[in-house]
Design a protein around this ligand. Structure first.
Ligand code: NG1
Length: 404
């Protein structure tokens, strides 16, 4: 297995722990969600694909339960802890909590565990809605499992880790861990929950998905997390009020069962009578987004670029106006992409900063990339590596572990 950052990983390893012996390399990809945001924690399907950007962990196992982990990025300093069923978290926002989240969940499931010395390198932009945090949780978990010769089925592990990541304080859904572990190269996957399952659909060869960062970080340790958790509660309240208004409260307690009862358009018009204000808007987003995911899956199967693009743009409007998780920079990126010939564009992931995803015909990709560079990044005087902010997404495979 190749990692373009192997030298850097080995160098940092040697600096902290001495020469690596019997080393393994774990790669866990980031993801871009094509459509279906803020629905996974409501039990509804999503349609993401894994990216060509990864969290890479180079590790050597130890013969005690200690985990030492450091990053090639000097902002993330060495962390050291013991694996066990009840691990005291670091202060909120500390990067070591992602490794602890994985370690605690696996110790609860598998008992006593051996630890490792590890170095992390990531080329997934942080706090950008591309799931760098779940990639770190998944990569840490695979290192723990592999160091202990434990095999776990991918989807069982994804379910365990979705729950495990709540350790860092976000009440997230299960999309990120599932796509990170079980993505298929060349495809996007529809993910269904309860029970968790993935259905892969090839991305047509002449479709290009561009990912562009708004330069606004949506830090999961700050206000973005509060807003995220607030949205999860609002969705629950909206559901309760709707089922009560429809006289279904005794037998319907989830969005999927409600959507099995009444079609989305009917639910939206009933909600417009029964709910108001914030809860109406949240409910309308969730139910209409669920419908868009199914229509987008159909459009993907039919190679219907225009139809898929249209749904992306509708999803953005819904996330902006009804779910209120956009921001001016995301809206501007979407507009530039659409004006330059993208078939559709939307914010992707949790929002409040982070990235947009835009769909274009392959022959238009360069023009859209160039225009974004000129109209968005150059006007802000951006001077860093542009290819880290705006790039063409390659539908990639899920996480892997290999001996070096
Ligand atoms: P990002 O965009 O990576 O913060 C979060 C959740 C997802 C999903 C999306 C919104 C976590 C780990 N991830 O992703 O489960 O709810 O927001 O669709 O909390």
């Amino acid at each position: 297995m190749e990692s373009p950052h192997l030298e850097q990983l080995e160098h940092t390893f040697a600096e902290h722990y001495g020469a690596p012996r019997g080393a393994y390399l774990v790669l866990a990809p980031g993801r871009v969600n094509l459509i279906g945001d803020h629905v996974d924690y409501n039990g509804l399907s999503v349609l993401p694909m894994a990216l060509q950007r990864h969290v890479a962990i180079l590790y050597c196992e130890r013969d005690d339960p200690t985990v030492r982990i450091v990053s090639t990025d000097p902002d993330y300093r060495l962390r050291s802890f013991e694996l066990g069923p009840s691990i005291e978290p670091y202060p909120e926002g500390d990067w070591g909590n992602y490794a602890k989240a994985a370690g605690q969940a696996l110790a609860q499931r598998h008992g006593e565990l051996r630890g490792f010395d590890a170095v992390v390198h990531s080329d997934i932009p942080v706090a950008a809605g591309l799931s760098s945090s779940s990639a770190l949780v998944v990569a840490s978990a695979l290192a723990v499992l592999h160091a202990n010769d434990i095999e776990m089925e991918k989807l069982a592990l994804a379910e365990l880790l979705a729950e495990a990541e709540h350790y860092v304080g976000t009440r997230g859904g299960g999309m990120d861990q599932a796509i990170c572990l079980a993505a298929r190269r060349g495809s996007a996957s529809r993910i269904d929950f309860n029970p968790l399952r993935l259905t892969a659909h090839p991305i047509p060869p002449d479709w290009g998905f561009i990912v562009a960062f708004s330069l606004i970080r949506a830090e999961k340790s700050g206000t973005a997390r509060e807003t995220y958790n607030l949205r999860t509660r609002e969705c629950g309240e909206a559901l309760q009020q709707m089922t009560a208004a429809l006289g279904l409260a005794d037998r319907i307690d989830s969005y999927p069962t409600l959507l099995a009862e009444l079609p989305p358009a009917q639910l939206v018009s009933r909600a417009e009578e029964a709910l108001e204000g914030t809860l109406l808007r949240r409910f309308r987003h969730v139910v209409s987004e669920a419908d868009r995911v199914h229509r987008a899956e159909r459009a993907l199967i039919d190679y219907d670029l225009k139809g898929f693009g249209h749904l992306l743009t509708e999803s953005h409007q819904s996330l902006r106006d009804d779910f209120e998780v956009s921001c001016p920079e995301l809206d501007e990126l979407v507009e530039i992409a659409l004006r330059t010939g993208a078939a559709g564009a939307r914010l992707t992931g949790a929002g409040l900063g982070g990235c947009v995803v835009a769909l274009c015909e392959e022959r238009r990709v360069n023009k859209v990339l160039k225009t974004l560079a000129k109209r968005f990044y150059a006007t802000r005087g951006f001077e860093g590596r542009l290819e880290d902010q705006v790039f063409l997404a390659e539908p990639s495979a899920g996480a892997s572990v290999a001996a070096l």
